[in-house]
Design a protein around this ligand. Structure first.
Ligand code: BG6
Length: 654
């Protein structure tokens, strides 16, 4: 999954593209590149605005443009600069050999086809360098097209699926001598998902763009057009956004009205959406990185969600649950008409969905199935119009989850999604949406979005049970009190950060670890292990504690850390017998336990205590201790925590 940007206007495209790619780097950081159409030097006089945009401050760059005058021969030529690794490397390259132009495209890569090398970095160009393309997605029939183009004599310079696009356009341009026709003909040959931006020396003032499956948004300002994979790079410059729909083709020639065509080449009206800027450049407020900051934001985010969904707090003598899910504009009796719930998601969101299953099944008599989105379509769940499919996604752009939503809708099922990013594809594709209000999450390993998803799923399950008139939970007043007390208890867990970091220091060089939990905390064992894998690269496995004796117990020896989630609950005794089984094989027991639990101290090598709380809420306290443990494992390894290797914040390819 990659990030793409594009610009056509009167100003220098470079500063906007670099700033835009910075805000899209969470989507992939294997390589980065830009391409512009070289223009006569004078064009930049009007460029004042963008000069201010930091990254490209090396004023020399503009003076270098002077040299540009000499290079008459380069006029209207495509100039490419691309480098592997983080965006910083590209910026350094641009400072050494600057290029400028008023029409350009840019890219930050998450490798799907072809290693993260400079050769495989985007933009990719045609043989005569008359077309340049950036792409986000996967061209599934690239092998067949590559073979066909090779037979026409095309020499490929990269191992990517993307490179077939500029060669295909060039092939059809030879036939039609018309860029628009060539671009549209190329599209008829592609299978797969894509967002594409293209520039050409044959139409040096024009930018072309299209999407199918992968998101692409255009922003408009004073006759200029800005393109990006999500709204953030655009919202710094304009509030007027156009979300391209499936198979839309956008053609913008500088100084002329933008043309938007549908898949039948019929012209469409531009439906602009006014969007508020989300300040993504939030400061790290003294934290070492965004991940640490986002872990520490969780108490205030949960406090906000609880107040939003349940009203003020217990102090105003609140002893009954009345919920606020106003965004759910569906008749309350809708929930009576459903006979089965499916929950689908990926990664950390899947673990939140897994806990959601327990909540829904605890509060009402409805069967709930949780299915990984990447398996959903192929698992052929027996979907029908009486089913509710709940999709959970932080970014709202994850392709597998989007495909599950399409599958559910194909069978007439209702889709309710939990998303964190407003106006994301999942937000726009779902029947109803519940926002998780975690704020922008920048760290690639999801932390605050997870606890906000779990909290929202708990309150949503209770709300649905109430709507169905079957909210059954003994002593719900106790649960209500514990919910209001949760943010404070979470602060107490964060206050044990030093103790958790001391524990991590002892075991951060372990090559693998086992995480065990039962019932609501089985998904937390999965999530704890995932956090460890994502940021500290330790081979960690989460397992249902009761299942351990049927296999993974063979892994246990004196060198294996076994993180056991054994906070007080109805299955505490069962969990402790599993901990005893680990003790018997001399595993290094690191226990997450409830304050005051003296027994666990007699068994475990390390005990990380969390305050007592209601069983339903224990996953939220326990996971934060595990987030910190993984964080410090990675910290002591000196890993880059916000942008772990090989990962991306959300993956828009299947
Ligand atoms: C992965 C992210 O790419 O996608 C994970 O690295 C995330 O943190 C997963 O949990 C699912 O993403 P989303 O946005 O659908 O919740």
């Amino acid at each position: 999954m990659c990030g793409i940007v594009g610009y056509a206007g009167k100003s220098n495209a470079i500063p906007f593209m670099i700033e835009g790619l910075k805000l899209l780097e969470y989507r992939g950081y294997d390589s980065a590149g830009i391409a512009v159409i070289y223009k006569a030097a004078g064009a930049y006089k009007a460029a004042g605005a963008y000069k201010a945009a930091g990254a490209y401050k090396a004023a020399g760059a503009y003076k270098a443009a002077g040299a540009y005058k000499a290079a008459g021969t380069d006029l209207n030529k495509i100039k490419v600069r691309k480098e592997c690794g983080k965006l910083l490397h590209l910026i350094e390259m641009l400072n050494q050999s600057p290029i400028t132009g008023t029409v350009g495209i840019g890219h930050t890569r998450w490798a799907t086809h072809g290693k993260p090398t400079q050769g495989n970095a985007h933009p990719h160009t045609s043989t005569k360098q008359d077309f340049a393309v950036v792409h986000n997605g996967i061209i599934e029939n690239h092998r067949e097209l590559r073979k066909e183009l090779s037979e026409y004599g095309v020499i490929f310079c990269s191992d990517t699926d993307t490179e077939i696009i500029p060669h295909l356009i060039a092939h059809y341009f030879e036939q039609s001598q018309n860029v628009k026709i060539a671009f549209m003909k190329m599209l008829t040959r592609l299978h797969g998902s894509f967002a594409i931006a293209m520039i050409s020396t044959h139409t040096p003032n024009t930018i072309y763009a299209t999407r199918r499956g992968s998101p692409l948004i255009a922003g408009f300002k004073n006759g200029e057009i800005l393109l990006a994979s999500d709204g953030n790079p655009l919202l710094k410059y304009t509030e007027q956004l156009l979300y391209l729909e499936e198979n839309d083709i956008l053609i913008h020639e500088e100084g002329k009205p933008t043309i938007l065509l549908d898949e039948n080449s019929k012209e469409k009206k531009l439906k602009l959406v006014k969007m508020e800027a989300v300040d993504l450049t939030t400061a790290m407020e003294g934290y070492d990185n965004y991940t640490q900051k986002e872990i520490h934001e969780q108490p205030s985010i949960l406090r906000r969600i609880i107040q939003m969904r349940l009203g003020k707090d217990s102090k105003d003598g609140k002893d009954t649950f009345d919920f606020n899910f106003e965004e759910l504009d569906i008749p309350k009796d809708f929930f009576n008409s459903i006979d089965r719930i499916y929950i689908t998601a990926c990664g950390t969101a899947y673990h939140a969905g897994f806990i959601g299953k327990y909540y829904f099944e605890e509060f009402m008599d409805l069967p709930v199935e949780v299915i990984l989105s990447s398996e959903f379509r192929y698992a052929k769940p027996k979907l029908n119009e009486k089913n509710l499919v709940i999709a959970v996604s932080q970014s709202g752009e994850t392709a597998d989850t989007l495909a599950s939503i399409a599958e559910a809708k194909r069978h007439g099922s209702k889709v309710l999604s939990l998303v964190n990013v407003l106006n994301s594809s999942i937000d726009r594709e779902s029947d109803v949406v519940v926002y998780t209000h975690a704020g922008p999450e920048i760290g690639v390993a999801s932390t605050k979005a997870f606890t906000s998803q779990v909290m929202t799923l708990l309150l949503l399950a209770m709300y649905v049970a109430k709507c169905r008139g079957e909210f059954k939970r003994k002593n719900d007043k106790e649960l209500l009190q514990e919910i209001f007390a949760l943010p404070e208890k979470l602060e107490q867990v964060l206050h044990t950060e030093k103790q958790i970091s001391d524990c991590a220091l002892k075991y951060h060089l372990a090559t693998s670890a086992l995480y065990l939990g039962r019932h609501l905390n089985f998904p937390i064992a999965l999530e704890g292990a995932l956090k460890n894998k994502e940021i500290s690269y330790m081979h960690a496995e989460g397992y249902a504690a009761g299942e351990m004796k049927h296999g993974p117990i063979a892994l246990i020896d004196k060198s294996l850390p076994v993180i056991c989630i054994c906070t007080k609950s109805g299955i505490y005794e069962k969990m402790m017998s599993n901990v005893k089984e680990v003790e018997a094989r001399e595993g290094i027991i690191i226990a997450i336990a409830t304050e005051g639990d003296e027994y666990v101290k007699t068994i475990a090598r390390e005990v990380l205590f969390v305050p007592p709380t209601a069983e339903e809420l224990s996953p939220i306290l326990n996971v934060v201790a595990l987030q910190l443990l993984a964080y410090y494992f990675a910290h002591f390894k000196g890993n880059e925590i916000d942008k772990p290797r090989n990962l991306a914040k959300s993956v828009t390819v299947e």
